[in-house]
Design a binder for this molecule. Sequence first.
Ligand code: GLN
Length: 310
Amino acid sequence: MNYSEILKEIYAEVQPLLTQGQVADYIPELAHIPPTKFGMAILTSEGEQFQIGEASEKFSIQSISKLFTLTLAMRLEGDAIWQRIGREPSGTAFNSLVQLEYENGIPRNPFINAGALVVTDMILSHACPPGGLDNAHETVLDFLRKLAQNAEIGFDLDVARSERSTGYRNIALANFIKSFGNLRNEPDKVLDAYFHHCSIAMTCSDLARAGLFLANKGRLPWNDEEIIKPNQAKYIKSLMLTCGTYDSVGDFAYRVGLPGKSGVGGGILAVMPGEFSVCVWSPRLNENGNSLAGTKALELLTTLTGISVF
Ligand code: GLN
């Protein structure tokens, strides 16, 4: 497949969309990003790479981190995670509080903020045993460095601080979940780790590489290392398809036809099992918090190639 030509066509077609939508200015630091940026990178299971635009520029991965924290939690706790988190689409905004009260502090799924806070709590319980070293931030960072094969990946501490200073909703969510007994650690500690995970800065090509194990039945294609079991890779991709793009997940699945995970930094990571991993970045978001031009670019990718999970 000649992905270079397809990327060029996509790049031309999305240009008029780069001025539509809004950047996520509720995290003040994200409001400074030039809003018309666009990058896209495809990495095939055979190791071929294709990219266009600002695919080598770092951006804030935000909720795309939820994909990797879920993977880590599954490695650590397996199916036990489902005692504390659901796996149904929420139909509400990613930072909504409404369902939590009548569902007794059990978040609908691991990809909304409430679910990711519980996932982060699980990782903390393993990474920071009582009396042990506190290396929760690094556990997730090291995992991403390994998956992306890039030791330079790091936190954007300005973004982490910025979100912390205005993170009233997430602070409310963590305290609310704690009140139902569904956090083992103190909310402050969970929030600190969560904000750091969201602040990680990566490029489209870093993220495409980091997601490739999902297109490859849970294994790193370059050395055959098992990251997760094949059935767990299936579970994660199913959750991406049903919950990965919040309350526009139906529209995303309809248009794109690939499991995907978005973040309010404007990135979307999607995978085509057995074929490729793709990451697109464009900071302006639609009203549900997914990259507007990014969603269109992925729709064009599956339309122009005729390749999708359906
Ligand atoms: N850090 C962001 C938040 O908690 C992540 C949300 C997102 O990317 N959808 O609000």
